[in-house]
Design a protein around this ligand. Structure first.
Ligand SMILES: [Zn+2]
Length: 805
């Protein structure tokens, strides 16, 4: 046997049998031939072999033609040599053809044994190192041996014959491809019929076999990627865990905290639009937050003066409560803390003696002590925050609050915790409880507008700092608490002014900013029932468009075929029917799925870790829920529609407002272009009212300390949580802090149920008391963790406002 001559460079035998040819260059043909020969996959037809046996078969004629050197088949030197060889072996070839079927059957009989490798010849082949690693190669080698022995032909002759046939078929194969190409491209030639059968065989392979093969390869890659996923969140966890393990907020005060939150929810700090806010209520909220603030020495003196001047008049006015009321008026007029009811048990005695100094035991003395007691002991919401020298509180632009908490360690970049004081309007009739009643239900939930968005943020941060002070701790790092008052209507007067204040102070660099964002949730992301914490690393952009149509006004008794309202309604309907394209996997949301992948069931892991392959499939699944659809694409919300002035007048114009939230993988211009294309009506005018591109993506990898610190803080409070980077689908005040740092994160550390999603800006907004406690704990942990990692914090080269305290 001359094995090396039968085996190609890649270990695949070059030729199998006459009538069939293959080469290393035509692997697909090889696989067909192989299956046909051994019958182990019976689906492949054998018709070409039969055809070739027929002397009149076109293929046979073609070969004969080539052999005779006909046509333009000159060929290269090798092909000419091949033709010469075959001509000389033509008789052998004929004999071979005649016995072909018989041989195939014999060969098959050999291989019908349970394990062909048991066959002696195979063993021999293996021993001689003829075969490749795969059994098929071995079978082929054995088959050739069987065929050779059946012919009683010396193997060298056999091999030469096959070699020659192979060469000829290289020519005809090339010709075949050319023909197939012509047919596919519609360049039909006269020889079309000749190739029809092979053509369809190949088309079958191309249309089904090839996609199947590609699918198998892709499937293999997808599964491989799903098996070898790495966990991506919480790289800081071990650092922090080693140092401070279970130091979280005391849960026993949960009800008190809930009551304080309920008190905050009673104040209707509604923002209607940029020019209409409940300013009085904003002031009341600020007062509420600082209730219990001790007065400065100057304020003390003033208050005492006011009280004493009131006492002077005790000669005339005997009623204590009246005096207190008067005093309060003056105090409030001086923008100081009003006095609350004195804690006296007995009513003051009427004063009868002369107005002298406060030394006697008369009623004036009694009242003086009471007043001082009121000033000193009125315990309010956050007494410690307001009475620590290292915490500075400022009211910015009348209604926003800025707290500067001066850390013990100087010279490190400060960070900023943001929230907002205002809320969106309510449809009070649709609420189970009055929206500004701060109702606590079953000691489980606090109901009220702002419970999640975002008074839980404001109050949660304040509670965390207050708790820290209760424990007599002082933060190492300087940080700011910035509470804007008009987030719901732009943040221009609140957060923008807060940012300007910081810059004016020389603070133009922050380590990170944490603002409101998604709360934790369960059962919203398929594939896991664990809590998922989506930390916003970017924010969708905005494009608010006004569509308008100008019509011809007239009497409704003879209306035109199309009215302005009709045209506009059609345009708006088209926009709803033709959503913006799915961009799943093209923006930062793909990172979310990569982070989720290690934690979900295997089926979903294949999907999540292979968005490049399955984004279409997943987008279709996610489109069903509005909340997940918002992750897939730029959303289009028809928010306003106005037209018509009187019931019997054809409207002169109609207007609609479309609010798009722009996916980070799309620009505002692309969104508008899509709208124009969809509407496709020049009568509809599109005007851009407000537009803002999506925010840049904040760092979130294993080396991003701020992101990992937020992740670690979440996992300390919710040990089962999967922390993932995500695109926040709404807008926040963070846009005003974009210039301060690239590390902007959006997250609300409480939990909502999937059924609670619609309470956002909807009816019956509420927060669970337990999860509010968790939120406070998160902020507490975050401040502590920021201190633990202080060595890794960049140095600050600017003034943090440190000297001012
Ligand atoms: Zn908000």
């Amino acid at each position: 046997m001359e094995p090396e001559m039968w085996v190609g460079h890649s270990g695949v035998p070059l030729v199998t049998s006459p009538g069939y040819a293959t080469s290393e260059g035509v692997p697909l043909m090889w696989s067909v031939v192989d299956r046909t020969q051994f019958g182990n996959q019976t689906s492949c037809p054998r018709r070409p072999a039969t055809k070739l046996r027929s002397k009149s078969s076109p293929q046979r004629q073609r070969i004969a033609h080539v052999l005779r050197g006909g046509g333009k088949q000159g060929g290269n030197k090798e092909q000419k040599e091949g033709r010469r060889l075959v001509l000389s072996k033509l008789s052998v070839l004929n004999a071979l053809e005649a016995q072909h079927q018989n041989l195939v059957q014999k060969a098959m009989a050999v291989f019908e044994k349970p394990d062909p490798r048991e066959n002696l010849c195979c063993k021999t082949a293996l021993n001689e190192g003829l075969c490749g690693q795969i059994a098929r190669t071995c079978h082929t080698a054995c088959y050739l041996e069987v065929v050779a022995s059946c012919y009683n032909m010396d193997k060298a002759t056999w091999h030469n014959t096959l070699k020659a046939v192979n060469k000829i078929f290289l020519v005809t194969t090339a010709d075949y491809w050319h023909q197939s190409w012509c047919i596919v491209m519609g360049l039909s030639s006269k020889r079309k019929g000749r190739w029809r059968y092979r053509f369809w065989q190949k088309m079958f392979l191309t249309l089904i076999g090839l996609p199947l093969l590609v699918g198998l390869v892709l499937g293999f890659v997808a599964i491989f990627r799903a098996v070898f996923v790495t966990q991506l969140d919480g790289s800081m966890l071990h650092i922090i865990d080693d140092q401070e393990t279970q130091d979280i907020v005391d849960e026993s005060q949960s009800m008190e905290r809930a009551e304080r939150l309920a008190g905050a929810l009673k104040i209707a700090t509604i923002s209607y639009d940029t020019d209409h806010q409940e300013n009085e209520n904003l002031l009341a909220f600020i007062k509420y937050l600082e209730k219990g603030r001790k007065m400065s020495t100057y304020e003390h003196i003033q208050a005492i003066e006011i009280v004493s001047s009131s006492l002077q008049r005790l000669n005339e006015i005997v009623e204590f409560l009246l005096i207190r009321e008067e005093a309060n008026k003056i105090i409030v007029a001086n923008n100081m803390q009003p006095l609350s009811l004195p804690r006296q048990k007995k009513p003051p005695m009427p004063y009868t003696g002369p107005a002298t100094a406060f030394t006697s035991t008369s009623v004036e003395d009694y009242s003086r002590h009471e007043y001082l007691a009121i000033i000193d002991t009125d315990v309010g919401s956050f007494p410690l925050i307001h009475n620590r020298s290292f915490i500075k509180r400022e009211v910015i632009n009348k209604y926003s609050l800025l707290f500067t908490v001066q850390g013990l360690t100087r010279g490190k970049l400060p960070y900023l915790l943001a929230s907002h004081l205002d809320v969106v309007p309510v449809d009070a009739k649709a609420w189970e409880f009055p929206p500004f009643s701060g109702r606590i239900v079953n000691r489980t939930y606090v109901y009220g507008r702002g419970a999640i968005d975002d008074k839980a943020g404001v109050m949660g941060i304040m509670e965390a700092v207050e708790y820290m002070l209760q424990k007599k701790q002082r933060p190492q790092r300087t940080f700011f608490m910035a509470f804007g008052h008009d987030e719901e209507v732009s943040g221009k007067r609140g957060a923008q002014e807060l940012a300007k204040t910081l810059i004016a102070r020389g603070v133009d660099h922050l380590d990170f900013v944490l603002d409101e964002g998604f709360p934790l949730h369960r059962n919203l992301i398929p594939g896991t029932d664990r809590h998922v914490a989506m930390v916003g690393i970017s924010e969708k952009g905005t494009a608010t468009l006004e569509l308008s149509v100008i019509g011809t006004p007239g009497h409704s008794s003879f209306p035109p075929a199309e009215s302005a309202i009709g045209i506009l309604a059609a345009a708006v309907a088209k926009l709803e029917e033709n959503q913006q394209p799915s961009l799943l996997g093209k923006g930062p949301e793909s990172a979310m799925f990569r982070y989720l992948a290690p934690h979900v069931s295997f089926g979903y892991r294949i999907l999540y870790n292979n968005l490049w392959l399955f984004s279409g499939l997943m987008a279709r699944e996610m489109e069903h829920r509005p909340i997940t659809n918002a992750i897939v694409r730029t959303t289009s919300a028809i928010t306003m529609f106005n037209g018509g002035i009187k019931s019997n007048v054809i409207p002169p114009s109609a207007k609609a407002v479309i609010n798009h939230r722009v996916h980070p993988a799309q620009s505002v211009a692309e969104v508008i272009a899509h709208d124009r294309k969809v509407i496709d009506d020049p009568r509809v005018d599109i005007r851009v009212k407000i537009s803002r591109e999506a925010h840049p993506v904040s760092p979130f990898g294993p080396t991003s300390i701020p992101f990992q610190m937020v992740a670690a803080s979440i996992r300390q409070i919710y040990p089962d949580a999967i922390v993932v980077p995500a695109v926040f689908i709404a807008n926040t005040d963070t846009r005003w802090y974009l210039s301060f740092t690239s590390n902007l994160y959006r997250f609300l550390p409480t939990v909502i149920l999937p059924s609670d999603v619609n309470r956002y800006h909807g009816n019956n907004e509420r927060i669970s008391i337990h999860h509010y406690y968790k939120a406070v704990s998160f902020y507490y942990r975050l401040i502590k963790n920021a201190d633990v990692l202080i060595d890794q914090v960049p140095a600050s080269t600017v003034n943090n406002g440190e000297e001012e305290l």
